[in-house]
Design a protein around this ligand. Sequence first.
Ligand SMILES: [Zn+2]
Ligand SMILES: [Zn+2]
Length: 94
Amino acid sequence: MKHAGKLLLSQEIPPEELHEYTPVPSIQKKSFGHQCLRCGNTKSYLFGHMPHAACGKECLYCRQCIQMGRVIECEPLYEADPGCEWPRYQEPLQ
Ligand SMILES: [Zn+2]
Ligand SMILES: [Zn+2]
């Protein structure tokens, strides 16, 4: 699966650079369950709930991502804006 930009956790980005990133949902609700947008996991047994001190609720997190940093539903991932990172190539008109 390819992403337009790399998805990072907020703690992986220096605070002064955070404005260069676009927040995107980390875990999406799907008809079949949930999907982690960082690793693409859709297996329900790879999601867990944990009491989340930051928001005071039970939040869904991705067990598959836990070694790379916790991905939790109420905290967005940050997508590097491809517009400022990469030169844009214009498609020739057909
Ligand atoms: Zn939470
Ligand atoms: Zn994941």
